[in-house]
Design a protein around this ligand. Structure first.
Ligand code: F6R
Length: 261
């Protein structure tokens, strides 16, 4: 796992954007995995900026979102499919239907989950997966206790996650759905490169557990310790509980920049 500690959330977003650009320039038909929530918003803004500057085209790119609330009406402003549409898709040049999310409107949710797994496989798998981390250590909506081998399925959100996400629902925790569909930890592990963004003091404990704690379903994000190519981009506040912060800084400052992430 590569841990990069940066001076600001903006720098983390720039590095992640550069990694996406480098991938698409090597592979114009790349497959991206897109997270929602607030962590990737600065990255998406930077991707849009680069697209508008003529530096980046998504015309051959496919993308899969990580998760979706169950129980929101189609087109609800906080459904994750809608968030991705608003924050990224409509501003760049994805082909129609190039971005997919798990279908939380399906009558048979288990079948919709299996179809989503198949769609990711049929697209050739995810080349670069953007991730955020919840304060309880979740990635996507794999809450503590999630099987490290899990695939896309229905999950129940913890009270902590619903409380954290109430800010998107006018601070009304009761408006945050309790159920979701989420790619599993096994699904995420199949992506060829994982890039996790975490900023702010509120993420410090979860980040320390993910990077330096035991590999455990109690901290689902610790599954990144198993991945051969996982990059964790942090600001100083999110890195503040790490024991080996100085070592990660040393490694990064000595790394030839042409290597990328
Ligand atoms: C959402 C997702 C979640 C978020 C996490 C952090 O698609 O994958 O794991 O990344 O809940 O959310 P923010 O970034 O809002 O703190």
């Amino acid at each position: 796992m590569e841990v990069v500690i940066l001076d600001s959330p903006h720098q983390a977003a720039l590095l992640a954007a550069e990694s996406v650009r480098a991938l698409i320039s090597r592979q114009s038909q790349a497959v991206l995995g897109l997270a929602t929530g607030s962590s990737p918003l600065a990255l998406y803004a930077e991707l849009i900026r680069r697209h508008e500057a003529g530096e980046l085209s998504f015309s051959g790119v496919k993308a899969f979102t990580l998760d979706e609330y169950v129980g929101l009406p189609a087109g609800h402003a906080e459904s994750y499919r809608e968030v991705i549409r608003r924050e990224l898709e409509v501003h760049v040049d994805f082909a129609p239907d190039a971005v997919q999310g798990p279908n939380a409107q399906a009558a048979d949710l288990a079948q919709a989950c299996a179809q989503y797994e198949n769609a990711i496989i049929a697209a050739g798998g995810v080349d670069l997966q953007i991730l955020g981390i919840g304060t309880d250590g979740h990635i996507a909506f794999n809450e503590p206790g999630s099987s490290l081998n899990s695939l896309t399925r229905v999950k129940t959100l913890t009270a902590q996650t619903r409380k954290d996400n109430a800010r998107f629902f006018h601070d009304d925790i009761d408006a945050v759905p309790a159920l979701c569909l989420t790619q599993g930890l096994g699904t995420i592990q199949r992506a060829r490169h994982l890039v996790l963004l975490a900023t702010g003091e509120a993420k410090a404990a979860a980040v320390a557990a993910m990077v330096e704690g035991p590999l455990s379903a109690s901290c689902p994000a610790s599954v990144l310790q198993l991945h051969p190519h996982a990059t964790v981009l942090l600001d100083e506040a999110a890195a503040s509980s790490l024991h080996n912060g100085d070592y990660y800084r040393e490694v990064w400052s000595a790394k030839p920049k042409w290597q990328g992430l």
